[in-house]
Design a protein around this ligand. Structure first.
Ligand SMILES: [Zn+2]
Length: 197
């Protein structure tokens, strides 16, 4: 594509003998047969100026043509795919992925949600631990105390899964539905019985 043209002001009188052809249509697009390219303003239809391009379905494009142009931004190739359609598609994909993550996290329960957040914000977790460590090293007992769960979390991970069925937090239990709660109670009873044997 010929892109050597200097940038023209947005709504300035862009030359109709511009970069592509007299219509300013991007390669691959053609003026609609109804358009009179010999007219003083081929874009003009009943007082309004419409893009002269033929759409994929054979109809004339219904978008308005910018001042000084015969084609809408899309048909003139003025839409930068990276800022238009692609960006929109990316935003939609990101939103969908976020929603999927949320649903997945909800299905896994409170512990997994916390784990997911900590994983997502690993840098802040690192800063927090570093901060606590620095404070603890200089004799801050509260910081040292706060550091203990982080140490447990990091070093106790391999057994965490095995223990997770028995060591539930209050939040975990609250989040359970009645059926799961009954199962948990039965599980606890069985564990107590095993301990007695
Ligand atoms: Zn158009």
């Amino acid at each position: 594509m010929d892109t050597l043209e200097p940038g023209e002001p947005e709504d300035g009188p862009a030359g109709l003998e511009g970069s592509q052809d007299a219509t300013g249509l991007a390669p691959g697009f053609h003026a609609h047969p109804d358009v009179d390219l010999g007219a003083e303003d081929p874009a003009l239809v009943e007082g309004r100026r419409y893009c002269v391009a033929t759409k994929a379905d054979g109809e004339r494009c219904k978008a308005l043509a910018p001042r000084g142009e015969l084609a809408c931004n899309a048909h003139a190739g003025r839409l930068d795919p990276s800022s238009g359609g692609h960006a929109l598609a990316r935003k939609r994909r990101e939103a969908r992925e976020r929603a999927e993550r949320e649903v997945a996290a909800r299905a896994l329960g409170t512990r997994a949600v916390v784990a997911a957040v900590l994983e997502e914000r690993a840098l802040e977790v690192r800063k927090t631990v570093e901060h606590l460590l620095t404070a603890a090293a200089t004799g801050d007992r509260a910081a040292a105390q706060s550091l203990l769960p982080w140490i447990d979390q990091a070093l106790g991970r391999p057994t965490e899964r095995v223990e997770s069925t028995q060591t539930r937090t209050v939040e975990d239990v609250r989040a359970l539905d009645p059926a799961s709660l009954q199962a948990l109670v039965a599980e606890g009873r069985a564990a107590r019985l095993r301990a007695v044997e």
